[in-house]
Design a protein. Structure first.
Length: 313
């Protein structure tokens, strides 16, 4: 190899290494901002509720929209919502099952009524751990009467559409070369038949999670959980990928919900407007608060079974 060729190759390798190092540095800086405070939750911290709220806000992402298309089982709806919220996905779009009387509510542009109608599905959502532990309260939900309307809205929002699919046309999510787009929508279909032909036709990419047993599919909520975690494994910068303006809006909406009678509303409003309080570095509750979260009926039931509380021990 000529000296000139060697020099060019060394320069190219150096540039590539520099770019890789820069990317790693940016990721490290983002993780540093995400976990700006490494303090654990403490029962003695007067701002603990606001610090936890701030930590949640900084981990929220708007980069990925989760689309739930015509799921038939309300408990699966609840589980997917709770999983999406727990993993920091802030936007969930729902294409309602045809069995629900929801189309008229959407047509009248009454999203609150649509949400309420959906919650009343056979009255069993009330029994699903207080409606997925009220996960929907912390999510931005959007409802659609049909898949065509949802696809149109995703395109208008500039989203690349990835649709779950069990066919051999789908790309395995373990592909090491896979990268997430800047604006993504991932679609989860029904329990029985998966995503609709409309969604499959609109897909920019069909995806699936590989299985290694005789079963060729999973429970919908289990598959959704694996999928949403896998997206974060592919690109961990998804966590916290939200504009500062949207974060500010969440602070102004959520901080007041954390107020207690002893708090100063004006001071909390000022903190929300000025970038928030220092976040907790770890979202796990202090043991005393976690143990106290169990209801008296659960504690009594556990005691009757001889199941001691192992939290914090």
């Amino acid at each position: 190899m000529s000296a000139a060729r060697q020099g060019w190759l060394q320069a190219a390798l150096g540039a590539a290494a520099g770019a890789a190092a820069t990317a790693l540095l940016l990721r490290a800086q983002k993780r540093s901002n995400l976990h700006a405070s490494e303090e654990l939750d403490s029962a003695d911290d007067p701002l603990r509720r606001f610090r936890k709220t701030e930590a949640v806000i900084r981990r929220r992402n708007s980069r990925v929209v989760v689309v739930v298309e015509r799921c038939n089982e309300s408990h699966n709806y609840s589980a997917v919502l709770r999983t999406a919220e727990a993993l920091g996905y802030h936007h969930v779009w729902v294409v309602a099952p045809p069995t629900l009387d929801i189309d008229a509510a959407i047509a009248k542009r009454q999203p609150r009524r649509a949400k309420n109608v959906w919650k009343q599905d056979e009255d069993d959502l009330r029994e699903h751990v207080a409606y997925a532990k009220r996960a929907s309260k912390w999510l931005q939900l959007r409802f659609f009467a049909d898949s065509d309307a949802c696809v149109e809205a995703l395109r208008a929002d500039g989203r690349e559409i990835w649709v779950t699919d069990l066919s051999q046309a789908a790309v395995c999510l373990t592909n090491a070369k896979m990268r997430l787009p800047a604006r993504l929508a991932v679609v989860i279909g029904t329990e029985s038949t998966g995503c609709s032909p409309t969604m499959l036709s609109a897909a920019d990419r069909r995806i699936y999670m590989p299985l290694h047993g005789f079963a060729d599919s999973l429970n919908l909520s289990v598959a959704a959980a694996l999928l949403l975690q896998r997206l974060q494994d592919i690109d961990d910068t998804v966590v916290g990928d939200m504009s500062e303006s949207e974060r500010t809006a969440l602070r102004r909406e959520w901080y007041p919900l954390m107020l207690r009678p002893t708090d100063d509303p004006e001071e909390i409003e000022r903190l929300a407007a000025s970038g928030g309080v220092p976040p907790l570095g770890d979202l796990r509750r202090t043991s005393s608060h976690r143990a106290g979260w169990l209801s008296k009926s659960v504690v009594k039931s556990n005691a009757a079974r001889g199941q001691a509380n192992g939290i914090g021990s």
